[in-house]
Ligand binder design. Structure first.
Ligand SMILES: [Zn+2]
Length: 186
């Protein structure tokens, strides 16, 4: 989160289109922070997208000649995305996937860990810790920001920006006032 994932995704989409390639950009339908059918980075870069509610819908949006499929906020599409992406890659398409690798409480956030294991290339971007300025591989949900209930890793529980989440380094990956999680150290 705040690591420039969408900025990098949009950059790759732009490059492919400049080269004359047909690109399918995919977002989750419930992630409408930037308007329906649109993904945008924190820095203002934006591109139109096909909004889906399930990964299985993605192949249906392919156009003749599509060579690149770009998926933003892939954590919202769940484990089903792994087989879909594998199928597209097996068919010869280039697939670029951007998403969160860890949840706000520091646990692996599927399907990104599985996709990273299967990908030919992985670019790991980090944000800047809002406490100390070091590289931030984690993020925290600010206390009282969202009533997420047990849906903490669903789209509804996760859609939010700087008012809801902050990037943190390992040393600061707990919210002030809450005890540290005892999850596996990565
Ligand atoms: Zn820090």
């Amino acid at each position: 989160m705040f690591a420039g994932k969408t900025t990098e995704l949009v950059r790759r989409v732009d490059r492919a289109r400049i080269a004359g390639c047909e690109v399918l950009v995919v977002s989750h339908a419930l992630d409408d922070r930037h308007g329906p059918g649109r993904i945008a980075s924190h820095t203002g870069l934006a591109v139109a997208s096909r909004a889906v509610t399930r990964a299985a819908e993605i192949p249906g949006h392919l156009q003749p000649g599509t060579v690149l499929v770009a998926v933003d906020e892939a954590q919202f599409l769940g484990p089903e995305l792994v087989d879909v992406v594998t199928g597209l890659a097996d068919d010869g398409l280039d697939v670029v996937v951007a998403g969160l690798t860890v949840t706000f409480d520091g646990r692996p956030f599927e399907p990104l860990p599985s996709l990273m294991a299967l990908a030919e290339s992985v670019t790991r971007l980090t944000a800047v810790c809002t406490v100390c300025g070091r590289d931030a591989a984690y993020h925290v949900r600010l206390e009282g920001a969202v009533a997420g209930g047990d849906a903490l890793t669903t789209v509804a529980g996760y859609v939010g920006g700087a008012e809801t989440y902050q990037a943190r380094c390992r040393a600061h990956r707990t919210v002030t006032g809450q005890s540290s999680t005892s999850g596996t150290k990565l």
